[in-house]
Design a protein around this ligand. Structure first.
Ligand code: 13P
Length: 250
């Protein structure tokens, strides 16, 4: 039985003070002793420490939105895996479509980041997903399976990996993939993982869905056999909505 995992990706939202307020509200809404599923929040880098101090001792874990593949050096604007680990993160999101789309991330750089994060003792949420154009031109399956294969190239153990399937056309658009559409791709990802790592590893891998998840659609999505939780954007910026989605996974 796979334990579901729900993570709030705050993206480039909230100052340090606003992040602290949101973290406080989430911990409060969730209540003490929550253990229904794994939960994480991913504030901006500058708010990690403050948010981390607020969620300490709660069921909520700290997640970074990205990390670089070098330990340190002349990489202006980047933050290394070593640094986010030291800031208290247990997970890091790697290869989000916004990183691929706006910041030139490729499967190759995603792979470098994945390997570095794992070597620093971080767990990885590897994001994959096709654009609308790719889906409409019939290459969804090859795009997604290539992202999985190349993102994980050289990774021998996927115990600390979570894959997030986020169809780009469903992110921030209010257009959710139907539960059947999402399930189809989740199954494809699991089958690909089985080819690479064997059936047992594939059956343990958690695959989150991301893209306009809301309290109103979370129950149906999370009921699908291969959907093991969610990576939540917009709805994670509201404590009540985020906790409602967490409860849908619990
Ligand atoms: P939305 O939930 O706002 O569509 O964002 C999804 C996402 O990109 C999470 O990483």
């Amino acid at each position: 039985m796979r334990r579901k995992i729900v993570v709030g990706n705050w993206k480039m939202n909230n100052t340090i003070t606003e992040s602290a307020a949101l973290a406080t509200a989430i911990v409060g809404e969730l209540g003490a002793g929550f253990s229904g599923c794994e939960v994480g929040i991913a504030p901006t880098f500058i708010a990690l420490q403050e948010a981390g101090s607020i969620i300490e001792g709660s069921a909520v874990q700290l997640v970074a939105q990205n990390c670089h593949y070098e330990n340190d050096g002349a990489f202006t604007g980047e933050v290394s895996a070593r640094m986010v680990k030291a800031a208290g993160c247990s997970y890091v999101i790697i290869g989000h479509s916004e990183r691929r789309q706006f910041f030139g991330e490729t499967n190759a750089t995603v792979n470098l980041r994945v390997k570095k994060a794992l070597s620093e003792g971080l767990k990885v949420i590897l994001c994959v997903g096709e654009t609308l154009g790719e889906r409409e031109s019939g290459i969804m399956a090859s795009v997604v399976t290539t992202q999985v294969r190349e993102g994980l190239a050289g990774v021998s153990d996927i115990t600390e990996i979570v894959v997030a399937y986020e169809p780009v056309w469903a992110i921030g658009t209010g257009k959710t993939a139907s539960s059947a559409q999402a399930e189809e791709v989740h199954l494809l990802i699991r089958t690909t993982i089985a080819e690479l790592y064997g059936q047992k590893a594939a059956s343990h891998l958690r695959i989150q869905y991301g893209g306009s998840v809301k309290p109103s659609n979370a129950v149906e999505l999370f009921a699908m056999p291969n959907i093991d939780g969610g990576l939540i954007g917009g709805a994670a910026l509201n404590a009540a909505d985020f906790v409602a989605i967490i409860r849908a996974a619990s």
